[in-house]
Write a protein that binds this ligand. Structure first.
Ligand SMILES: [Zn+2]
Ligand SMILES: [Zn+2]
Ligand SMILES: [Zn+2]
Length: 246
C-alpha cells in the first residue's frame, strides 16, 4: 500500500490523499516508484511541490514505469489495475477510455435501451425519441409510421382519451393491412385513422386505429363509423380486425 511508509525515513511527506486508492503495489514496484519520485524531485524537500503539480496522467505513467500496470477510470477517476479495467468497445462514441467494473456497468446501462419493436437490447449514444427503436428495426417507413403514432398518442392524451397503442401494436396493424389503406386496400398508408373519430371520443388504441390513405381519411372525416362515402364492406373488414383488440 502506498501510505506514509512509502516515503521511508527520508521524508515525512505523503502522496496526495486518494491518489492511489486501494491499489496494492509489490515491493519491487514500490522501490521503483520511490526512486522515480526522488529522482524527479532531486531533494526530499521538493517532494510536496512536485506532488502538488502531478496530474493523474503523471501518476499513471510513473506507476506503469514502476511495473504497476495501472490506469485511471474514465468514469470515477480512481486508479485501478489494468487487468481490472474494462473497455467499452460496444459504445464507440465514448472513445477508448478504460473503466472500473462499477463505472462500466453504470455507463453501459445508461447507453442500453430495449427496442419497443423487437424487444432486444441495443446500444445508443442517447435515448432515441419519441420511441426506442433499434437500428435493425428502423427504416424510413417505420420512422414515418411511428411519428404519426406519436402525434396521435399526444392528441388523445390531451383530450384525456385512451392512448395505449404501442409501436409494436401499430406496426403489426400496418403489416396486417400490407401498409395499405385499410378502407380502399389500394392506396399506400398515409395516416393513422381513428375508426371511432377522436371528436367522438375514440382513443389511440389498438382496437380503434387503422392505416388510411388521405382520400379515405378525408371521406370518412369526423363522421361516425358507417359514414356513407366508404363502401360498407370496407367498414366490415376494418371492424372485424379491430374487434380482436377491444
Ligand atoms: Zn470508475
Ligand atoms: Zn428492434
Ligand atoms: Zn384509402
Amino acid at each position: 500500500m502506498l501510505d506514509a511508509d512509502f516515503w521511508g525515513e527520508q521524508s515525512e511527506d505523503q502522496p496526495p490523499e486518494g491518489c492511489i486508492g486501494d491499489l496494492t503495489l509489490d515491493e519491487v514496484a514500490l522501490d521503483k516508484l520511490r526512486q522515480a519520485v526522488y529522482e524527479r524531485a532531486g531533494r526530499a524537500e521538493r517532494i510536496p511541490a512536485l506532488l502538488d503539480a502531478l496530474t493523474a496522467t503523471d501518476w499513471v505513467a510513473w506507476l506503469n514505469d514502476a511495473g504497476a500496470r495501472v490506469a485511471v477510470c474514465a468514469g470515477c477517476n480512481r486508479y485501478m489495475r489494468v487487468s481490472d479495467a474494462v473497455s467499452l468497445y460496444e459504445l464507440p462514441w465514448l472513445g477508448d477510455g478504460l473503466y472500473c467494473f462499477e463505472c462500466a456497468e453504470r455507463v453501459r446501462a445508461e447507453h442500453t435501451f430495449t427496442c419497443e419493436v423487437c424487444g432486444h437490447d441495443f446500444h445508443a449514444e442517447r435515448e432515441p425519441q419519441p420511441f426506442k427503436v433499434c437500428p435493425e428495426c428502423d427504416s424510413p417507413g417505420v420512422t414515418l409510421a411511428l411519428s404519426s403514432l406519436w402525434a396521435q398518442l399526444q392528441r388523445a392524451r390531451k383530450l384525456d382519451l385512451p392512448a395505449t397503442l404501442t409501436p409494436r401494436g401499430w406496426l403489426d396493424t400496418l403489416d396486417y393491412f400490407g401498409w395499405r389503406c385499410a378502407y380502399c386496400m389500394r392506396a399506400e398508408f398515409a395516416c393513422l385513422d381513428h375508426y371511432v373519430p377522436v371528436v367522438q371520443g375514440g382513443g389511440t388504441t389498438r382496437g380503434n386505429c387503422v392505416p388510411a390513405c388521405t382520400s379515405c381519411n378525408s371521406a370518412k372525416g369526423g363522421r361516425a363509423p358507417q359514414g356513407y362515402l366508404i363502401k360498407a364492406s370496407a367498414y366490415t373488414r376494418v371492424e372485424e380486425y379491430l374487434a380482436q383488440f377491444q
